[in-house]
Design a protein around this ligand. Structure first.
Ligand code: ATP
Length: 363
């Protein structure tokens, strides 16, 4: 068991491209940390530097209290699970699981005991005599996980391990990985571009963009208090809506005016706006689809419902204001016809306010 600490880590590839810029991150012992961000943001590079598969250009990487910049991957007390399971095709599942332990000259009895325990945890006991090609994608992924588990590493590193599975199996394996983390009580570092995986699995999430950490926090905090417009738009599906707004102060109260709709901010938000001198300024207002409401005629901003998607548990309505499309999420019981006139308003307690220049949150 171990914590992982990255201090001022940077990676510049041989062609001069800087994939990771000055990363500082402490991953706690037994934590499930998810590195998430769009393709190319540097998450795999970061994971590979932790694993020792990629040289660190600048900075220091620690596993536990040990500086590991120059430590061989095999001596780092880590195990990595990749997107392609990389099982040995000519070996049985048992031998695939045993391979790493045999190389380490682990006694035969101990290998057997560890494999039996791991197979039980993963529910692959009946498959031990099969070869990889006789297994389904989900079963192969379990064997790949098993191969990491039998080694009893201090840290599990996983790079998009579920992306080759179909949607249903992915959801199932997501739950199994959470269970596995609880059972093993070991540090997990998990890379994905999928914000749903990050939200559902991480004890904390590290959102990355262009080689830079944008925010590190628990999923709920990331969702409810995104640090900037990038995090706000990347996390959450459907995406947060962004509208131009102006803040004003009247008799000590703070109002946000959005497309002609004036909303009084709550006490907390008002306090922040006053403290940071934003009264009288233009800001970017973010509002999640579930915080947009349909209201009675003339009680909100007028629009037209363009498309609606029924997802069973809720209904998404796409509507336009001044030619820009927005989304609201509501009860499936609501009935709105194509091109029907609607009026929308926003939950004043759920408004996100961002500086237009820096794109950082004001709240
Ligand atoms: P993905 O989800 O697509 O794997 P990622 O966030 O994991 O993306 P990385 O694989 O870490 O991104 O790559 C970060 C950036 O570094 C990308 O722009 C990529 O093109 C670049 N990169 C990766 N490997 C190399 C390399 N060996 N040489 C030069 N540039 C590289």
């Amino acid at each position: 068991m171990a914590k992982v600490t990255l201090k001022n880590i940077a990676k510049i590839y041989d062609n001069g491209f800087q994939a990771v810029k000055n990363i500082n991150l402490e991953i706690l012992d037994k934590e499930f940390m998810v590195l998430v961000g769009p393709s190319g943001c540097g998450k795999t590079t970061t994971l590979r530097m932790i694993a020792g598969l990629e040289k660190i250009t600048l900075g220091e990487s620690y596993i536990g209290e040990t500086l590991v910049n120059d430590v061989e991957p095999k001596n780092r007390n880590i195990a990595m699970v990749f997107q392609n399971y990389a099982l040995y095709p000519h070996m049985t599942v048992y031998d695939n699981l045993a391979f790493g332990l045999k190389i380490k000259k682990t006694p035969k009895d101990e290998i057997k005991e560890r494999i039996e325990r791991t197979a039980k945890i993963l529910g692959i006991e009946p498959l031990l005599k099969n070869r990889p090609k006789q297994l389904s994608g989900g079963q192969r992924q379990r064997v790949a996980l098993g191969r990491a588990i039998v080694r009893k590493p201090g840290v599990f590193l996983m790079d998009e391990p579920l992306s080759n599975l179909d949607a249903k199996l992915r959801v199932q394996m997501r739950a199994e990985l959470i269970k596995l983390h609880n059972e093993l009580q070991t540090t997990f570092i998990y890379v994905t571009h999928d914000q749903t995986e990050a939200m559902t699995m991480g004890s904390r999430i590290c959102v990355m963009h262009d080689g830079v950490i944008q925010q590190v926090a628990e999923p709920k905090t990331i969702y409810n208090h995104p640090a900037n417009i990038f995090v706000a738009s990347f996390i959450g599906s459907p995406q947060m809506n962004f509208l131009q707004g102006r803040l004003s102060e009247k008799q000590g109260k703070i109002f946000a005016t959005i497309e002609g709709l004036e909303l009084e901010l709550n006490e907390e938000a008002s306090g922040k706006v006053k403290e940071k001198n934003y009264a009288g300024k233009e800001v970017m207002v973010g509002i999640r689809p579930e915080d947009v409401y349909l209201v009675n005629d003339n009680e909100g901003i007028q629009s037209k419902a363009e498309v609606s998607e029924l997802l069973g548990c809720n209904l998404h309505i796409y509507f336009k204001i001044n030619e820009k499309q927005y989304t609201l999420s509501t009860s499936p019981k609501v009935e709105v016809g194509f091109n029907e006139r609607i009026f929308v308003s926003f939950d004043r307690d759920k408004l996100h306010l961002f500086d237009k220049e820096t794109e950082e949150t004001i709240l």
